[in-house]
Design a binder for this molecule. Sequence first.
Ligand code: SF4
Length: 290
Amino acid sequence: MLESFVCNLCPHRCNVDRLSGKRGYCRAALPEIASFCIHSGEEPPISGKNGSGTLFFSHCTLSCKFCQNYPISQYGVGKEVSIKGLGEMMFVLQKKGAHNINLVTADHYIPWVIEAVKYAKSNGLSIPILLNTSSFLNIETINSLEGIVDIFLADFKYFDESTAAFLCGVSSYPHYAKQAILRMYELVGAADADDTIITKGLIIRHLVMPGFLEQSYKILGWIYETFGVSVPVSIMGQYFPAYKAVEISKINRKLNHNEYLGVIQKATEFGFSGWIQNENCDINDKRKIL
Ligand code: SF4
């Protein structure tokens, strides 16, 4: 059992001892879980027929103004859980038939997650481990996941510093997200979008925002320049105003269908593989780009 944990897991590098009663930017101390369940709304080769075994972690290293999970990410709704408790949850999900263990968003609990996975694997956990990440992570934190995480489902949220500062309060997000995504690719390579069930590799996820379409185009351009079309992309159009977004006129609306179609069109011009949503942008309907 750790007695102190001076935290520099993410680029905030708060350097505070989270176990001494102090808190960093994310407000996290020991791992807290809001819920764990079988989730069928991920990309088809992640959810598969049986679903993805998902653990929803409390707190977050970003403060996105529109966060749809804000009670969990910003207000910290959840209950503290031990390493063994985390491992037991993974067993329950495996027993229910989950195709993978999906850690949403566990970035600020990585050392505990590693121990929980080791405990679970030494006791029979055999399904792949997926990190559902905001990509705001330090390289050394990602390095510690080598041999632990099989699939990185990595957000790339904002391309410009000014947009990142406006939408999530962290102007350095694009810089660190690019570094992190590159390192994840080096560790696990690209996922194969044609797999029935994905067991390894990187997928880049992007939520298209009303009023910020240029961010989507720039992000697709960067992915293409960096990886060609080898890394599958998941382009989500499910945005709706939540949390502080309801008071911000630029993002206090759903995405217009033509806006979403324009971004999809660009992705198909590049020749990406991956997933998009249906015309109603149903959260539970993600389908292949081509
Ligand atoms: S994980 Fe939390 S406490 Fe640690 S450096 Fe990041 S924001 Fe600070």
